[in-house]
Write a protein that binds this ligand. Structure first.
Ligand SMILES: [Zn+2]
Length: 180
């Protein structure tokens, strides 16, 4: 009987400590500020993407990187409250761009124009330049928006480090899951 009582107390204390620990972790994450720039790993990989694509005769242009929550909200409004086509399904705080973990790319053709042509084969090797860039991006650790099932976002590349938007919103960051 005595042992059972002691065991019960230990179990109750363990549960209490666990709850306190979880709460402190939540507080620690919640007090973190939003990122203000592209994550260094993403920045590094973007530069490598440009270099590696150039080596195969493709000029990649990064058209978008870090986006603040305000910027995200205003592009979310586009095609809804304001004129234009819908360009995003993510509100402020719901895009990987808001955490510096995503970039958008386009191609530059020989005439210097910025194009979003998935068929364009400027280096004339029989393969779509766009898909060649996607392949390089994936080898660098990016996930491609063209693989998304809900909304195909062909210019979009992101590194989520296994973090969901929900976790990022709560303040969890790549440094919690990777060594930097
Ligand atoms: Zn994007």
């Amino acid at each position: 009987m005595k042992i059972r009582a002691i065991l019960s107390i230990i179990i109750i204390l363990t549960v209490i400590l666990f709850v306190i620990y979880q709460y402190m972790l939540y507080q620690k994450y919640a007090s973190r500020p939003m990122p203000t720039a592209l994550h260094s790993k993403v920045e590094e990989a973007s530069q490598q993407l440009i270099t590696k694509a150039e080596e195969t005769g493709i000029t990649v242009v990064i058209t978008d990187g870090f986006r603040s929550v305000d910027e995200q909200n205003s592009i979310y409004a586009q095609g809804r409250q304001t004129e234009g086509n819908i360009v995003t399904y993510a509100r402020g705080g719901e895009s990987y761009h808001n955490y510096g973990l995503a970039i958008d790319f386009a191609l530059q053709n020989k005439q210097g124009g910025i194009i979003w042509d998935l068929q364009y084969d400027g280096n004339e090797n029989g393969n779509s330049d766009w898909m060649e860039v996607v392949k390089i991006a994936k080898s660098l650790g990016f996930k491609w928006g063209g693989d998304f099932t809900r909304f195909k976002d062909y210019p979009h590349l992101q590194m989520d480090f296994g973090l969901s938007i929900h976790e990022l919103k709560r303040g969890k960051r790549p440094r919690d899951v990777i060594d930097l």
